[in-house]
Design a protein around this ligand. Sequence first.
Ligand code: ADP
Ligand code: F6P
Length: 461
Amino acid sequence: MTSRSSFLIVANRLPVDRTVGPDGAAAWRRSPGGLVTAIAPVMQRRRGAWLGWHGAADELLEPFRDDGMNLIPVPLTSEEVELYYEGFSNSTLWPLYHDVVVPPMIEREMWESYRTVNERFAEAAAEVAEKGAVVWVQDYQLQLVPAMLRALRPDLRIGFFLHIPFPPIELFWRLPWRRELVEGLLGADLVGFQLPGGAANFRMLCKRLLGLPYKSNEIFLEDRAVTTQSFPISVDFAEFDTLVREPHIVHRAKEIRVELGDPEHVLLGVDRLDYTKGIGQRLEAFGELLRDGSVTPGEAVFVQIATPSRERVEEYRRLRDDIELQVGRINGQYSVLGAQPIQYFHQSYDREELAALYLAADIMMVTPLRDGMNLVAKEYVSCHHDLQGALVLSEFAGAAAELRSAFLVNPYDVEGVKRQMLAAMEASPHEVARRMRTMRRRVATYDVDRWASEFLTALES
Ligand code: ADP
Ligand code: F6P
């Protein structure tokens, strides 16, 4: 029997994934993505428990401790991985909530599985929550959990945070299960979004779909009110800021530049290999700069790190093929002996190597077609106490609302992206420093601790 907790995180994933090596040995590895990056430090500082899937199918595991956190695995069968995780979560909701960048799949058996798995998470949380506990449910994979949990345990204080954008009402309306999803979220006392626009979309939807009145941030149900508010998520600024001052990271950053052939400009992209991230658009822009002779191989190197993600979902497979073809084409066309313009890595890295890469990069390319926030942009800013380094940032990333001094781009406008890339390369050190200083001030003040404490204060008050 698991001991009960007064503070619970409920997320699709645990912060660690169970992996099995070629020799059959099992090991734990940090899970990918922004949710884990943001919540893990919060959890380490609070006593409580984290419920989530451990990344492997058909395996029942006992609760365990890792990196100072109490972790409670919630199992998924291989069919549920296919229908709930790869299916409804990542082939229906993910594209629908990201501006239908690819067409969402609408399939009943995926929905059924989503509901079954949400029920399992709600039951697991109900079992381990102490009386009156605070339960913080995370992200689009678990939107039914708040109402299911409230039905089982009306004594709990339930918060929900959506890490991805909440779509405009016209897109959400397509979902045959729109009513169930909205009612699921309304089980929470507080529903948090990245941006005010997401919260406004949700309030409008509740009014149109369910006829619920709202005033300011509050939606009124028959017997209670639900607060909706934006809380832009952030990063552990101090962790990166400290890390990049360590001599071995400084040394590694210099080494990276030498390994890249000491170019004048190092451009960097770090993303999960996801079609929302605009990787193809930024490579296209870079390819055209090479074609136009605006940059030459050897003078500029583009390092693109594409973390493996959702590899069994068809659209992700196709994307990998497309990107790898594009990289091959550009390199094939523009490389000269000893200088390849794009360095592409389909790999994961530890925090130290990532910090060294950020420090080594003159220009960080963050060009999503739509993104809830984008923590990579904020991590890059956290790493540049030297005030060197320019951020090229999509207007469609949530982070653009805070990082106004970045070189902002519309990723659909290739000419505009090229112009801003050149502007970043040609900017004077004074201008680069001015922009970076403003962005650092914002990320340093509004870090991940502040994000979590503002959410939890609003939830607990
Ligand atoms: P998302 O949540 O959609 O993946 P974010 O930019 O918000 O996007 O968060 C991505 C997180 O994953 C960041 O904390 C980033 O450092 C981390 N990350 C991305 N790529 C890698 C990689 N190759 N190795 C290790 N961490 C990575
Ligand atoms: O931030 C969005 C998100 O889907 C998180 O919920 C998740 O941690 C991350 O991206 C990575 O996705 P996945 O868990 O599907 O690998």
